[in-house]
Write a protein that binds this ligand. Structure first.
Ligand SMILES: Cc1cc2nc3c(=O)[nH]c(=O)nc-3n(C[C@H](O)[C@H](O)[C@H](O)COP(=O)(O)O)c2cc1C
Length: 335
């Protein structure tokens, strides 16, 4: 996730329980593009021991080929290359990249042909079910088979559906039936419980989790514990308080001014806050803090004081609370 799965955040996931596979933020690919250093660093230094896929967003065949070439020339330790065909930001899809590609199966075919030839390891795809509708869904699945895509992560919404429309898991079931490669289900998988439900209901191979690992960085560990019949770790509010402090420390590395660090932290608190109190008072108050001192007071009040420290952090978000202003942490999709 752009601006979320930075090197520091991936390292935090390593501490709390990393997923089996990792995907980088996307490298922008165009005429003047070079590999963004911070993404390269996330590949080189995440130290989770988990396979990591480099995600690319772009549509220019020569530039995609050049970028893949550079990744392999530099011997970046990626397990594969993942093509982004899902980003719904208008700034992105208007350039016919990300989710915009889903309108043009002929272009997708050209890109698949190029990437299949250029990628020396696994070539994988992340996509939605379509742009405005499922018009090209089956055609694109056929291309996935023809070009032997090796893993498909399917966010079961249209591009126009953004992050809030109903997730249509029946398309994941269909993809799992038709695609020759493993399919990962994506979209609103919020806990080990919904993960199990979706895997059983769709017969997909696994799940991809986005926003819920911001809210609950223990989610991957909980899924693994559930799948292997172990007792499931139940973080307390005190653990969440520690996680918030870890997030704050991530912004330390760039010697940012306090107000930038607070804004950075608030973006994460937007997600964490939807599992803290039913009335959304933590969220309301945290959003209004101007200093770290103010935020510490609110965090201690809700997460530590008056016996709160030992409370169990809910495994699901509290219904009715939303991570405002919207799901995108920052619109940096400036390809
Ligand atoms: C802040 C943010 C940044 C994202 N950046 C990317 C990205 O770079 N590449 C990508 O494939 N998906 C990206 N996504 C989409 C997620 O990978 C995922 O498909 C979507 O959030 C739905 O899954 P979820 O309900 O588990 O969050 C992003 C989502 C968010 C909220």
């Amino acid at each position: 996730m752009q601006d979320v799965t930075t090197l520091g955040f991936i390292q935090l996931l390593g501490k709390y329980g990393a997923p089996d596979l990792l995907f980088t933020e996307y490298f922008r690919v165009h005429g003047n593009s070079t590999l963004e250093k911070h993404i390269v660093d996330s590949i080189l230094y995440h130290e989770t021991d988990k396979p990591i896929f480099a995600q690319l967003i772009g549509e220019s065949i020569p530039d995609l080929e050049r970028t893949v070439g550079t990744i392999f020339e530099r011997e970046l330790p990626v397990t594969g290359i993942d093509l982004n065909m899902g980003c719904p930001a208008p700034k992105v899809y208007k350039k016919n990249v990300g989710g915009g590609l889903l309108r043009d199966p002929a272009k997708i075919e050209d890109i698949f042909k190029c990437l299949k030839g250029a990628v020396q390891t696994f070539f994988t795809v992340k996509m939605r079910i379509g742009f405005e509708s499922d018009q090209h869904f089956h055609e694109i699945l056929d291309l996935i088979n023809t070009y032997q895509v090796e893993l498909l992560s399917l966010h079961a919404r249209t591009v126009k559906g953004g992050y809030k429309s109903e997730v249509q898991y029946e398309y994941i079931k269909e993809a799992a039936k038709i695609a020759n490669c493993p399919v990962l289900a994506n979209g609103n998988i919020t806990s080990y419980i919904s993960s199990e439900k979706v895997i059983e209901g769709t017969q997909c191979r696994g799940v991809m989790i986005g926003r819920s690992c911001i809210r609950n960085p223990w989610i991957f560990r909980q899924i693994q514990e559930h799948l292997t019949g172990k007792s499931i770790f139940a973080p307390t509010f005190k653990d969440v308080r520690g996680y918030i402090e870890d997030l704050y420390q991530l912004s330390n590395k760039s010697n940012q001014e306090e107000r930038f660090r607070i804004n950075y932290l608030k973006k994460f608190l937007n997600f964490i806050g939807i599992s803290i109190d039913n009335e959304g008072q933590f969220l309301y108050q945290a959003r209004r803090c101007k200093t770290k001192g103010d935020l510490d007071i609110i965090c201690d009040q809700y997460l530590i004081k008056d016996g709160n420290a030992e409370k169990i952090y809910p495994i699901e978000p509290i219904s009715g609370l939303v991570a405002r202003p919207n799901c995108e942490i920052k619109n940096t999709c400036s390809l």
